[in-house]
Ligand binder design. Structure first.
Ligand code: THU
Length: 139
């Protein structure tokens, strides 16, 4: 990924926060998922009055892509903050990391946590989910 592509993903993730449905936490999260075919799938968090059906931004992006037949990915960008104000890096929750493990190579899949176009950190999935359990463990 070059700098231009990273900046495009950050912009898309930030824009997604406008669509976050967060009447309970008021914590907006946006995600932009880069597929190996070059397409970028976006996602926002969608909360629920019963709380547990809440879907994170990352999983929204993954499920949009997979539901359209796309299952190979290179990277995801995640941004988030209370009322959509980005002061800290937002890390993917454990459930989202496990969903990444299902579709991505932990040695190469990149997770970009961003505050803005200039401030971002890039991690590999294997760093955020060490010794993860994935599809290869079932064969
Ligand atoms: N959230 C995400 O969308 N992604 C994460 O990885 C962390 C948490 C959402 C879920 C909930 O709507 C809000 O942030 C507060 O937890």
């Amino acid at each position: 990924m070059d700098k231009k592509q990273i900046e495009e993903m950050i912009d898309l993730a930030i824009r997604q926060m406008d669509f976050s449905y967060v009447p309970y936490s008021h914590f907006r999260v946006g995600a932009a998922l880069l597929a190996k075919n070059g397409e970028i799938y976006t996602g926002c968090n969608i909360e629920n009055a019963a709380y547990t059906p809440t879907n994170c931004a990352e999983r929204t992006a993954f499920f949009k892509a997979v539901s359209e037949g796309v299952k190979k990915f290179d990277a995801i960008c995640v941004v988030g903050g209370k009322e959509g104000v980005l002061t800290e890096y937002t890390a993917p929750c454990g459930v989202c990391r496990q969903v990444m493990m299902e579709f991505c190579d932990p040695d190469t899949f990149q997770i970009i946590m961003a505050k803005n176009r200039q401030e971002y950190r890039i991690y590999l999935l294997k760093e955020l989910l060490p010794a993860g359990f994935g599809p290869a463990d079932l064969v």
